[in-house]
Design a protein. Structure first.
Length: 240
């Protein structure tokens, strides 16, 4: 199916995707779980990013590894880390060539050192790019982000660089991982679950939510387009 973008109005500035269903996709096909993660990295990421860029979406976030995912089996976590390594090794050149900017949110200190270094490298290499900003949420959790933000505020107070009386919604946001990223207009969750699981807890105040039964390895451009078309029908009131 060829998708057209002509005449599309009210394009979301920031779309965030909870990438769910990789393991179920693999199990359904009789494969080990890592095959689902690999299929998602190889087959879904690039087409979705290209379409988002074509439409004019400025920020595209993928939640690919949560703070809770460390609780999965050692073998699965190891497979995931290898997939991340392979992804960065193969995609860094493409990302830079296509003028995409890559930003990481979450923790780097618990990731394997080489992966943390790869993330820092691609962030530095693409920092001046002006195309779609690809936000990779790796070792990310909404509660963890807020706790780390509170610790940063406390440190500023201790250093007499900030007064608690001045704390408000706007400047609290400056202590979060997403301080330079606008709140998501649309959050998509694949895989059939209808919850956010702590994703962007602070930022999703006015986000539109879209849930699809499609497992993430099958979340192609056509499925992405369905979510965007659904977004077009929403009347956003922002609490008013």
């Amino acid at each position: 199916m060829i998708l057209k973008i002509k005449g599309m109005k009210n394009v979301p500035k920031h779309v965030a995707i909870i990438c769910d269903g990789n393991r179920r996709w693999a199990k359904k096909k009789g494969f080990e779980s890592f095959v689902g993660h690999k299929a998602a990295a190889e087959n879904v990421f690039e087409p979705i990013v290209r379409k988002a860029s074509e439409i004019g979406i400025k920020y595209l976030t993928f939640w690919v590894f949560s703070t809770e995912n460390w609780g999965r089996g050692e073998n699965e976590v190891s497979w995931l880390m290898n997939i991340f390594r392979d992804f960065f090794d193969k995609k860094i050149g493409l990302l830079d060539k296509e003028n995409y900017k890559v930003v990481h949110i979450g923790r780097k200190d618990r990731l394997p050192k080489d992966i943390s270094e790869k993330i820092s490298y691609v962030e530095e290499k693409t920092k001046d790019n002006t195309g779609t900003v690809i936000v990779l949420a790796m070792d990310y959790g909404g509660r963890d982000e807020i706790i780390r933000g509170i610790k940063k505020i406390f440190k500023k107070i201790q250093d007499k660089e900030f007064e608690i009386e001045n704390l408000n919604e706007e400047n609290l946001s400056q202590f979060l991982d997403t301080c330079e990223i606008p709140d998501p207009d649309l959050i998509i969750r694949t895989g059939g679950e209808k919850r956010l699981s702590g994703f962007l807890l602070w930022q999703q105040k006015h986000s539109e939510l879209y849930f699809t039964d499609t497992l993430f390895p099958d979340f192609d451009v056509e499925e992405f387009w369905k979510a965007l078309e659904d977004f077009q029908k929403r009347e956003r009131r922002f609490g008013s």
